[in-house]
Design a protein around this ligand. Structure first.
Ligand SMILES: Cc1ncc(COP(=O)(O)O)c(C=O)c1O
Length: 485
């Protein structure tokens, strides 16, 4: 616990915050290849911080009291719609992030299905590669997820599998542009057509890649991405995060709808209480206009040509990276990435990817481990942002990666005692008590205080060997231990 500073000691307080951040992954410089997005543009973060500070106290709860919020939101939504195939009827909502955009897309579809088609037990059709946010939405809003496998070679969903999964209860079909895990774009035109044929809504999750792909399309001399946006017939909504490839501060995403009539189904209004009349377009009540103002400012500053240039740099860097990884003995890229996300698996026999991640982390690079799931082997996720998009940085990354592979081979893979997997398979996650949970975490290498070892490969190997429901029971316990009480 940090000691309290006295009143007036602003510098001391800020210095303490800086000290806390020292333990975090760096958010600038391009060596953290997940979670953070660095444009590398001088002064951009300062502008965003000033805009954010100026609007921090403005409350987006009541747009009539704070009309600036409406103006900023209209501007940002219009820019997103213009970029991503919208027309004059396109409507949108600024949200706090990709998860909230996905949640609202699902909530809207549920209400639309109930009100226009009388669906009372709604289902949502999801490629196996759809983001976890849709499963969260299904759990929160009472929809049944119907998961469709993806092609084991391309990791794209097959339209005929989506069509076969549709029932009279389907409220929404989801396609990714691109998927987080493999960075590939689902066949949006065919998936949307299958949905439209059954009068079902289709959401394109372009949270991570939409801003990048939309601008890459505008960059000269680069092959355009596959069609994925609102211009595709049958696509009824699309989410795109600005706090990713818009390089805005966190808390910024846009959810676009084909029209305001569809959008209204997700809004909540309440006048049956003694307080102020409520209209919420998003999940939050009171919400700071800071992230919106910061996003607006960053969009104004970078501009369309600026984003197209950033997208060109990211595209070239991703191509260099994919090519270079293909030349490292023992590594291979999963699928053929359509965007700027790369999933790197190991040949068989080859190095343990999780050990490679540990080795990279020890040298200041964060590559994100993705455990094996369905047909997707254990791999490392790399998000390429503009800050790393310099051929010299990519060469440095590839050299580090090649060296990490050598070291990982020498160390050997993280292994799991087969007995543990056997015992774990027999456990019922629903009935695990505190003592069993504590034992399971100890076996996985997690400390009583939730602390994790510096080398994560053994922990990840155990988690990967456990059935998903058991992992889902244990993960919150790990995090819970990090918090006091
Ligand atoms: C495809 C996709 N959808 C949704 C999300 C969720 O976004 P957020 O983390 O901003 O809530 C992500 C995050 O990476 C994503 O990649």
């Amino acid at each position: 616990m940090e000691e309290a500073a006295g009143p007036g000691a602003d510098d001391t307080i800020l210095a303490r915050l800086d000290r806390l951040r020292a333990a975090d992954l760096p958010v600038h410089g391009g060596r953290t290849m997940a979670y953070v997005y660095d444009s590398g543009l001088a002064g951009l973060d300062d502008l965003a911080a000033r805009a954010q500070a100026a609007f921090a106290g403005v409350n987006g709860l009541d747009m009539t009291a704070f009309p600036s919020v409406v103006t900023l939101e209209n501007d940002v939504v219009r820019q997103a719609a213009d970029l991503l195939g919208g027309g004059p009827a396109t409507a949108g909502t600024f949200t706090s992030g990709g998860t909230e955009s996905c949640l609202l897309a699902v909530l809207t579809a549920r209400e639309h299905a109930a009100r226009t088609r009388g669906v009372t037990a709604p289902e949502i059709v999801l490629p196996q590669t759809a983001h976890a946010a849709f499963h969260k939405a299904a759990a929160l809003f009472g929809l049944t997820p119907v998961t469709v496998p993806v092609d084991p070679g391309t990791f794209r969903v097959r339209p005929q599998d989506v069509a076969a999964a549709l029932t009279p209860r389907t409220a929404l079909v989801v396609a990714s542009a691109p998927s987080y895990a493999h960075g590939v774009v689902d066949p949006v035109p065919e998936v949307a057509a299958a949905a439209a044929e059954r009068d079902v809504l289709c959401h394109v999750d372009a949270c991570i890649g939409g801003w990048y792909l939309g601008h890459r399309r505008l960059a000269d001399g680069i092959a355009p991405p596959p069609p994925f946006d609102l211009a595709v017939p049958g696509v009824s909504s699309l989410s795109v995060d600005l706090h990713k490839y818009g390089y805005t501060p966190k808390g910024a995403s846009v959810l676009l709808f084909r029209d305001a009539e569809l959008r209204r189904h997700g809004w909540f209004a309440h006048a049956s209480w003694p307080g102020y009349p409520v209209v919420n377009a998003t999940l939050q009540g009171t919400k700071s206009a800071g992230p919106l103002a910061a996003a607006w400012a960053v969009l104004q500053r970078v501009g369309t040509a600026g984003y197209a240039e950033l997208a060109r740099r990211v595209h070239e860097a991703t191509a260099l990276l994919v090519d270079g990884i293909g030349r490292i003995d023992g590594l291979r890229v999963l699928g053929a990435p359509d965007a700027s996300l790369v999933a790197v698996a190991a040949d068989d026999p080859g190095p343990d990817p999780f050990v490679v991640a540990d080795e990279m982390r020890l040298r200041g690079w964060y590559l994100q481990p993705q455990p094996a799931f369905a047909g997707s082997p254990a791999n490392l996720h790399l998000t390429v942002t503009a800050a790393v998009a310099d051929p010299a940085r990519i060469a440095e990354l590839l050299a580090e990666l090649a060296a990490a592979v050598q070291r990982a081979r020498a160390l050997g893979p993280a292994t799991v005692d087969p007995g543990i997997a056997e015992v774990a398979a027999a456990l019922d996650p629903a009935t695990l008590g505190p003592a069993e949970v504590a034992l399971a975490l100890e076996v996985a290498g997690v400390g009583a205080d939730g602390s994790l070892p510096q080398r994560m490969a053994p922990v990840l190997a155990v988690l990967q060997a456990l059935p998903a429901p058991l992992t889902e029971r244990l993960l919150p316990e790990v995090i819970s231990r990090l918090y006091a009480g």
